[in-house]
Design a protein around this ligand. Structure first.
Ligand code: IMP
Length: 206
């Protein structure tokens, strides 16, 4: 099994990446860099954030032949001009998802989208892939699964091979991982990297 080191402090993201990549033959292992602060640049584009993190993490890879994954995401709300967007982690820590609900108050303009950028370092090259999940901010928080803004995000129905899928108004925190994955920005971003991983030579670690 190939090892993909995933540099993140977010256990929810690791769970989702494992769920997506393990059945395809990749061993996703969380890379936690002890004693070194990996800074998150306050850039306007998630791609810049992901690339910066990859560059900072490369020296800490157990082997330069291993694959390294970073992923950056944010929730962009239309009526708030894209806020919290690249400030999502800070917004979650400070105002929380209840703060987001308060900002929207009773507004009917609740459309938003999760964006994810996954960046993969492999054999000396960086590959970048994006995923978007459109949806809306719920009127109130609901559900215990998931993480981050999941309790207030309801994905829009999607069509796959002519069949419509919907969470029937449930938030991401109300559905299990398999169902979230059908709609998920993270899954879409990872899908863009799977072919590259499949075509690569086996890494030295596993
Ligand atoms: P980051 O990519 O870890 O910087 O994520 C930014 C913020 O968005 C964090 O507070 C995450 O908890 C939140 N976030 C990222 N992805 C998701 C998701 O799939 N569901 C809910 N919140 C998310």
């Amino acid at each position: 099994m190939r090892t993909v080191w995933f540099m993140t402090g977010n256990a929810g993201k690791v769970r989702e990446a494992k769920h997506a990549l393990q059945p395809l033959g990749f061993d996703v292992v969380q890379l936690q860099v002890e004693g070194v602060e990996i800074s998150e640049p306050q850039a306007d584009d998630l791609v810049d954030v992901a690339r910066s993190k990859i560059e900072q993490a490369i020296p800490h890879l157990p082997s330069p032949h291993d694959a390294l994954l970073v992923e950056d995401a944010g929730l962009f709300v239309d009526s708030l001009d894209g806020f919290p967007g690249v400030y999502s982690a800070y917004a979650l820590k400070t105002i929380g998802f209840n703060g987001l609900l308060n900002l929207l108050n009773d507004s009917t303009q609740r459309n938003g989208a999760f964006h994810a950028v996954a960046a993969l370092w492999l054999d000396g090259e960086v590959h970048v892939s994006r995923g978007i999940c459109n949806g809306e901010i719920a009127m109130q928080a609901s559900g215990n699964d998931g993480f981050g803004f999941d309790p207030v995000f309801v994905p829009h129905p999607i069509r796959i091979d002519g069949i419509e899928y919907s969470t029937d108004g449930k938030t991401f925190a109300d559905v299990d991982l398999t169902e979230k994955e059908m709609f998920s920005h993270r899954r879409k971003a990872l899908d863009g990297l799977i072919q590259i991983l499949n075509e690569s030579k086996p890494a030295s670690s596993s």
